[in-house]
Design a protein around this ligand. Structure first.
Ligand code: NAP
Length: 301
């Protein structure tokens, strides 16, 4: 039995681990992916985390992890598949492992890429359709790619791909980007990048691998040959493992204020999984600190 279990090893979970270690709590971090670091590790470049300068997301995630481990955090690898409230503690079910019990739990499992839901997407995922340019971009060196979305992820993906691919088309459904202006200006200046506004992807075609896409925009609907499609249309909360609890949600995200307290006593939500106005590494890290402070109050420490 631990005092605290932190589920998720991204910036929120690892920041919580740093605070829990410094507070002397008996805790464990459970991380699904062998490496940890969370979504940020697939970001090509991060330049808005104060004090870190310009770093790859991988290096930033690694720095969070190293700091937590150096301070004494125990990180166990395994996917948490469910949670039970046993009154005086919570029991976490682990995929292929012994359950873990803890008096308090911080849920920091973040979010995962949203699917667009167009014909061909599911069938061709891994065969030209990807949700991670830094992971899969190298397969498209010298080729034609399409990026869908107008947020920071889409713009970062397109910037990354523009250095590798013959050409990159970015299609967004509105006539304005959601992403930071500094990055969209950089993207607009790239010679091998074409930006299509008010344009939607309606179908991905190919047998065994992507051959073309159907785009619908102000000029009508047309088929366009491409080798790769990178979908960056936002994220969805990764909180399926919490389904066993009578937990208040808001738009699918866990309802909790800045103190990270949820409707279930002893359960705290930190990072992208929490309903919040801004999902960034810096707000995830802040949540980790707040969640531990609230957990300590709950534990009477
Ligand atoms: P996002 O900010 O939610 O942007 C999603 C984009 O996809 C928007 O352009 C949205 O269009 C579009 N979209 C959503 N559903 C669509 C659909 N069905 N069809 C077509 N387009 C669709 O998501 P994100 O870019 O993944 O970013 C998530 C969070 O991480 C954000 O807070 C972002 O700032 C942050 N982030 C930060 C960095 C960084 O600072 N280095 C890097 C990556 C991500 P509309 O605009 O029309 O809704």
């Amino acid at each position: 039995m631990k005092e605290l279990a932190i589920v998720g090893g991204g910036p929120a979970g690892l920041s919580a681990a740093i605070y829990a270690a410094r507070a002397g709590l008996d805790f464990i971090v459970l991380e699904r992916d062998g490496f940890g670091g969370g979504q940020i590790t697939s970001s090509h470049e991060v330049e808005n985390y104060p004090g870190a300068g310009r770093k790859s997301g991988f290096d930033l995630g690694q720095a969070f992890r190293d700091q937590a481990v150096e301070l004494g955090a125990e990180i166990a690898y395994g996917a948490v598949t469910g949670i039970k409230d046993l009154g005086d503690c919570k029991e976490l079910a682990l995929d292929g492992g012994e359950p873990v019990r803890a008096r308090a739990v911080i849920a920091a499992t973040g979010a995962s890429p949203r699917k667009l839901g167009v014909p061909g997407e599911r069938e061709l995922t891994g065969a030209g359709v990807s949700y991670c340019a830094t992971c899969d971009g190298a397969f498209f060196r010298g080729k034609s790619t399409l990026v869908i979305g107008g947020g920071d992820t889409a713009v970062e993906d397109a910037l990354f791909l523009s250095a590798l691919c013959k050409d990159v088309t970015v299609a967004l459904r509105r006539d304005v980007f959601r992403a930071a202006r500094r990055r969209t200006d950089l993207l607009s200046a790239k010679e091998n990048v074409t930006i299509l506004y008010r344009t939607e992807l309606t179908e991905i075609r190919g047998e065994g691998r992507v051959r073309s896409v159907v785009l619908s925009g102000p000029e009508g609907t047309a088929e366009r040959p491409v080798d790769g499609v990178f979908l960056a249309v936002g994220v969805e909360p990764a909180g399926g493992w919490l389904a066993g609890l009578p937990l208040a949600l808001d738009g699918g995200y866990v309802a909790a204020g800045e103190d990270c307290r949820t409707s279930v006593p002893g359960l705290f939500a930190a990072g992208d999984l929490r309903k919040k106005p801004l999902r960034q590494v810096v707000t995830a890290a802040a949540d980790g600190a707040n969640a531990v402070t609230s957990a300590m109050e709950y534990l009477g420490r």
